[in-house]
Design a binder for this molecule. Structure first.
Ligand code: NAP
Ligand code: MN
Length: 272
């Protein structure tokens, strides 16, 4: 089996990377940055997002696992004191795989040319640096509303605990293949009216945003942002690809939610 390790780059994460790399190669596993079967992210959830984007082109071959060197993470859910156990588990391969849905975003330009396609593990947000965004929101090919406000966030189930949560969105279990749309400060008056509630779209229900006013848009995909001008449409839906997590022990989603947001102090496990 081939593996790669992506470190946040701080001293502690780099040390753990060096240790894991040494042990795993001693166990006859091969270090490969080109074609890893397993990618180990060491740092925080941000590091995990980076690892995901680095290997986005081979999601069907690569599985991911995250070790956190800060506080408990959602993707980085192995703790430092478990690293030894994790190394042994990895060396024993094969491992179980758990798949989570991700988001596909396609940007089409008014000037034609090729479309841009992105995959997001957490979410896509569409905002502007110049005032508010104004676009028609279409769901499943039908006009739904005309949105005016700071922007929209379209999140995955596993991203529902990130930006989406701060916007009042629901936390969605990742076994549900869906995307969630949440509003950022929509303007509601006699002219503009939006639904106001977060909406959850099932697989195959595509949401298309069509800008009405010509502005430049800030499209954020997970941890990076692109600026777009002359946008004809922004299409969002559940991607056909999925992220695959290497699973070496159970740590159910709701336990991670509880331990991150509700329970103080040490992490303990609930029985499934
Ligand atoms: P960051 O500013 O470090 O991220 C903000 C926080 O979100 C960090 O504590 C990060 O954990 C955490 N996080 C990331 N993914 C998560 C998830 N799926 N569930 C729960 N928490 C999560 O920037 P970053 O590390 O590059 O992460 C980018 C993400 O930040 C975006 O995808 C977006 O979801 C989030 N964000 C949130 C807000 C907000 O809540 N108002 C605003 C902008 C962006 P780590 O510290 O372990 O990295
Ligand atoms: Mn971060």
């Amino acid at each position: 089996m081939k593996f790669d390790i992506v470190s946040r780059g701080d001293h502690r994460s780099n040390n753990i990377k060096a240790t894991m790399k040494q042990y795993l190669t001693d166990f006859d596993l091969e270090y490969s940055e080109e074609e890893p079967d397993l990618v180990i992210s060491i740092g925080g959830d941000g590091t995990f997002l980076e690892a995901f984007h680095r290997y986005m082109h081979r999601l069907s071959e690569t599985a991911f696992i995250g070790v956190h060197t800060g506080h408990l993470g959602f993707y980085a859910d192995w703790m430092l004191d478990e690293v030894e156990k994790l190394i042994i588990e990895i060396a024993k391969t094969p491992f179980q795989v758990v798949e989570y849905p991700i988001l596909e975003v396609i940007i089409r330009s008014k000037t034609g040319g090729e479309e841009d396609r992105y995959l997001a593990l957490n979410e896509a947000t569409i905002k502007t640096a110049e005032g508010s965004v104004v676009f028609d929101v279409e769901i499943k090919g039908e006009h739904f509303e005309t949105f005016r406000g700071d922007g929209l966030c379209i999140s995955t189930p596993s991203g529902s605990t990130a930006y989406n949560k701060a916007l009042g969105g629901a936390i969605l279990h990742p076994s549900i293949e869906a995307v969630q749309i949440t509003e950022m400060a929509s303007i509601n008056n006699r002219v503009f009216r939006t639904i106001g509630s977060p909406m959850i779209l099932p697989k195959h229900h595509t949401c298309v945003l069509r800008p009405i006013v010509d502005r430049s848009f800030l499209l954020a995909i997970d941890h990076f942002t692109e600026t777009y001008t002359n946008v004809k449409s922004i299409q969002c839906r559940v991607a056909k690809e999925k992220i695959r997590f290497a699973r070496f022990r159970p740590f159910p989603f709701w336990n991670r939610v509880r331990d991150s947001f509700v329970r103080e102090g040490d992490r303990t496990r609930m029985d499934d």
